[in-house]
Design a protein around this ligand. Structure first.
Ligand code: TR5
Length: 129
């Protein structure tokens, strides 16, 4: 069976609903760590670090990925980043953390609903793979 990342390499960018819509609508369970009227944050099902959380806009509004951002998205983009900082604090990541946005096939994006990965709880490496 193909891994999530192998699947990403063949994923076709699309504006169709994704698994994240089902999480937003509470149709499938997720380990939610933060929620307000605009933003949802939940634990990644396949964690790449002791803390691995995805921060997403509740309304996609065309934001399949960061490359689709337009001027009208300034506010939600700021809210997503600020939420990442809040959640990092909530998770006790005082020693630091990493934020990642994968975009498109070369970026190894697998879910076409904008999301910020918050990774922490271990020493990160650089350069990333
Ligand atoms: O590869 P990109 O950057 O698009 O990140 C997508 C992320 O969504 C991956 O890290 C996946 O592990 C994560 N993912 C995929 C599913 C899922 C999830 N995180 C939480 N819950 C999930 N469910 C219920 N289903 C998924 N298919």
């Amino acid at each position: 069976m193909a891994s999530e990342k192998e699947a990403a390499l063949s994923a076709v960018p699309s504006d169709s609903p994704t698994i994240f819509d089902k999480i937003i609508n509470k149709e499938i369970p997720a380990n939610i760590v933060y929620e307000d009227d605009k933003v949802l944050a939940f634990r990644d099902i396949n964690p790449q670090a002791p803390t691995h959380i995805l921060i997403i806009p509740k309304v996609k509004d065309g934001l399949t990925g960061i490359s689709k951002a337009e001027e009208k998205h300034h506010e939600i983009l700021g809210q997503l980043l600020y939420t990442a900082k809040l959640v990092a604090k909530q998770e006790g990541l005082e020693k630091g953390f990493r934020l990642v946005i994968n975009d498109g096939p070369d970026g190894c994006q697998s879910v076409y609903h904008l999301h910020i990965h918050l990774l922490g709880g271990r020493q990160m490496n650089w350069p990333p793979g």
